[in-house]
Structures are given as C-alpha cells and as structure tokens.
Design a protein around this ligand. Structure first.
Ligand code: MAN
Length: 488
C-alpha cells in the first residue's frame, strides 16, 4: 500500500496502483481530476518512505513496523526512515536522501537500466538517474530520458547481435575453407616428402659414382694397380685438365686458339637440328675472331660447363666421332655431373627446409576447429602516423617507418588469452632489441567483426606494442542478451 513513486513516468498502471494503494474506490466514470488528486495525495504521503530502494529491498521497509538497519545494528521507528537524518551506521535508513555518508540511492530507470548512485547526489541539482528520480526535491527540472536511452541501447545491442550473427556465419565458412586448406597442406607435405625421397635416391646414386671415381684416382696416385690405372686413363680425365682438354677438342687445327669455324664445327645447341650460324659462333667468341685458352676459361667455358643448351658434338653417347677425344668429353661430363650433384644437393636442402617449415605450420594451434588456419598465409597492414605496421599472423609483426627502416616487433610465440578465452590474444616476442631495453614484443587482441582487419596499434610502453585485430573467427556464440531491464 506504500508503493508509489510519483516521480516516475505515470503510466496508466501507476495510476491504478496508486488508487489501489490508497484503498480508494474508483468508479469508471470518476473524473480525471479526482484521480490525479488521489495520486498526488497518496504520493506525498508515502513516497518519502520508499524512495531510493530497489524492489528486492522493499520487504525490509514496512510501514507501521519498526525499521531494523540492514546491518542489524539498530532498530528505529519507521518514521525515521528517509527523514533526512542518518540513524543507521550503514546508511540504510536514508536510501532516498543524502543524509548518510556512503549511502546509495536506487534509480529504477524504467525503460532503461536501473542503477545505484551515491546518495550524496540526491537533490544536488544534477540529474543522475535517467528517470529523474534523484532530483525529486530540487530546483533542477530533469527530463525522463530512460525511454530514449533504452531505445538507443536496444538498437545498439540489436546491431551488435546482427554483427555477431553475420560474424558467426562467416566464421563457419572460414572453418570449412580451413578444412580444405588443411587437406591441401597435408597433400603438399606428402608431395614434398616424395620429392625429397627421389632427390635422396638420385643423390646417393651420384655419390656412389663419385666415390668409385675417387677410388680410381687413389689407385692412380698410388700407382699400384696397373690394370685399374689403364681403365682410368681410357675413361676419365683428371678434373684439372678438363678446361684445356675441352679447349683442345674444340681447337681442331691445334694452333692454340679457337675460331668461329672451329666453334661451328664442334658446338651445337641442344634440340636444334642446324648447327650454329657464323654470327652465333662469333657471338660465343664475344665478337672476337679468335680466342685463346685463358679467355676461353673465363668466358665460353662457363656456358659449356653449365650445359643448359650448349653441347659439344660427340658428348653424351655419340659414337666415336671424336675418337681419342672421347676421353676429354667424358671428363666434361664428369664436371657437369659434379654441377648436377651440387644442384641436387641444393634442391634437397631447399625441399627439406620447405618440409620443416610446413611441418611447423601444421603443428601450430589454429583453434579448436582450425578456424584461425586461413590467417596463416595472410598479412594485414595499418598506417599509424609515421609507421606502417604489418601483422602476419603466426609469423611476424613488423613496423616500417616512412624513412624505410623496418624492424621486427616480434615473431609468433603463442596464444596468450586467459584459460577460458585462450584464443583471444596472440603473443609475438623476441623482436628487434629496443634502444636501451629488451626485445620488442606485441600482444594482439582478437575481437569479433564481420571483416578481418587490423583496427589499431598502440605502444603503451616503450617497444611493447598492442594491436586490435578484428576477424569473424574471433566471434563466439553467446546466450541471447536479456535485453534492457525494466522494473515495474
Ligand atoms: C623506433 C620505433 C618506436 C620505438 C623506438 C624506441 O623509433 O620502433 O616504436 O619506441 O624506436 O627507441
């Protein structure tokens, strides 16, 4: 019977309630004027007692009963509640006045969200509650803005919910793409492993052949196996002689210099039926009419040794056209073989590096559904003042100044969110050392958004950077919001 707050919006329900409280008999034809008088009369009598209390506390404030301070320290007559004099130590007897230091006033804020304010703000001339209830006895005229605030907040929440729904839809797509990407990477790994295996087999073959040849050389050096030495002499020429041997093969008239005619006679381009033209032969001689051994070693020899397209007649199994010169050609082959071996070794190393890199990527934690996998090969940039920041997730963060200097702000370290939201933060560490400090590092906070973008970069303390990174994959489903509280 006391529950009327005349400062709140007077809805029809409030009117009815007020009349009911005062135990008036209201007839349907009662004049509106009479109703309003009833309301104001009831309000002026009772509102003083119940002001500033939430509905859950109202049971402690019963008229006609003594009032027990909420901390249980004192019992006072109910008339002393909200009488602008502080009786209880906990301030609970003055919820609707500013009499008690440390007291608090409850704003019902119908249509928006309720809140407590320090009771010192009651009637201080400043509107704190959107329902204006804190300024019930002040010169300030406060407007009830709860409805507008509620509408705005509901619109904002609805917008967020729509974004969340869209984010979750995109996340699902990215998860599905991630599954395909994962399979692709697995297949790529298998392919690379196969290539590495093939290269290894070829390398071993090469090594076996080289070892055999080296053994022969040893025997030759020791001059203790005449039979093997004969074989060696007929098949393979020592490496050191190779340049001059090939030169001699080409130098048909043995005059110590090569001419365009001699080049035309012995050199050809692989897969071309016709021999070299005079101009092409001249070009190989660097435009000269002739070339001696020293010049040959510095120029044409490299092209022949690379063996990409230029070949020498009689090499590679061509029968007997050069007779005794075959020995020299075999030596050239061995040189080529050696360069092949180097290429094989390089290729083998590269493939193995790619394998380790891929294996490392495949063992990275990309989230429960590998939803973060798609970020792996991407980079995102943001320009902030004179710096352009680049985040390459799971790899590195860099900072490039307008002067062109680029420094590492950290390499991928780990997920660093709290245990219940592990994937909310990324840590990049061991970046470029800071002047008079430790290594630069970056913490990336992932937030839900409908696009994947680097939103902001800050350096809150020297060489410690923080980034806000938005992506749909950071969206988490949540229980529907309860909406804005409206207490009746
Ligand atoms: C550069 C940038 C800054 C950093 C200073 C530290 O100017 O990397 O972000 O604060 O170095 O000396």
């Amino acid at each position: 019977m006391l529950q009327v707050d005349i400062d709140s919006t007077r809805t029809f329900e409030a009117v009815s309630l007020a009349i009911e409280c005062c135990q008036c008999t209201v007839h349907s034809d009662m004049h509106l004027y009479t109703i309003l008088v009833a309301i104001f009369w009831c309000g002026s009598v009772d509102s003083r007692k119940i002001r500033g209390i939430s509905s859950s506390y109202k049971r402690f404030y019963r008229e006609k009963k003594s009032y027990l301070c909420l901390d249980g320290s004192k019992i006072i007559p109910f008339e002393q509640v909200n009488d602008d004099y502080c009786d209880c130590e906990d301030g609970s007897d003055e919820p609707g006045t500013s009499a008690c230091p440390g007291g608090r006033f409850y704003c019902t804020n119908l249509g928006f969200r309720p809140r407590y304010i320090p009771s010192s703000r009651v009637n201080d001339g400043i509107c704190d509650c959107c329902d204006a209830s804190d300024e019930y006895n002040s010169h300030t005229r406060c407007q009830n803005s709860c409805r507008n605030l509620g509408q705005r907040e509901r619109a904002a929440v609805e917008g967020q919910m729509r974004n969340l729904d869209e984010g979750l839809r995109l996340k699902q797509q990215l998860i599905e793409e991630g599954v395909l990407l994962w399979r692709e990477k697995q297949a790529q790994l298998r392919d690379l492993q196969q290539v590495a295996e093939d290269l290894q087999i070829r390398l071993e073959g090469h090594r076996r052949r080289t070892q055999g040849a080296d053994r022969l050389k040893e025997l030759q050096a020791g001059d203790n196996d005449a039979q093997t030495l004969t074989k060696w002499k007929s098949g393979i020429t020592q490496k050191n002689n190779t340049v001059s041997s090939v030169f001699q093969v080409l130098d048909s008239n043995k005059d110590g210099s090569l001419t365009a005619d001699e080049i035309q006679a012995k050199v050809f381009i692989q897969d071309q039926e016709q021999g070299l033209s005079q101009d092409e032969a001249m070009a190989l001689l660097g435009g000269r009419h002739q070339m001696n051994l020293a010049l040959f070693q510095l120029t044409l020899w490299d092209s022949l040794r690379a063996g990409d397209r230029l070949k020498i007649k009689g090499a590679h199994g061509t029968q007997g056209s050069l007779g005794g010169e075959e020995t020299h050609i075999k030596a050239v082959d061995r040189e080529w073989e050696a360069s092949d071996m180097k290429k094989l070794e390089d290729a083998y190393d590269t493939v193995n590096m790619e394998i380790s890199d891929l294996q490392r990527k495949l063992t990275t934690d990309y989230g429960a559904d590998r939803e973060f996998l798609f970020l792996n090969s991407q980079c995102y940039q943001l320009k902030v003042y004179e710096y352009t920041y680049t985040l390459c997730p799971f790899s590195e963060v860099t900072q490039k100044s307008t002067t062109g200097t680029e420094v590492s702000l950290g390499r991928w370290g780990m997920w660093s969110g709290k245990p219940d939201s592990q994937y909310s933060h990324m840590m990049y560490e061991n970046g470029e050392p800071c002047w008079q400090g430790g290594a630069r590092s970056t913490v990336v906070t992932l937030t839900c958004g409908t696009e994947t973008t680097l939103q902001s970069v800050k350096e809150p303390s020297k060489c410690q950077y923080i980034m806000d990174f938005q992506t749909p994959v950071a969206c988490q489903p949540m229980p529907k919001q309860q909406g804005i509280h409206s207490e009746l």
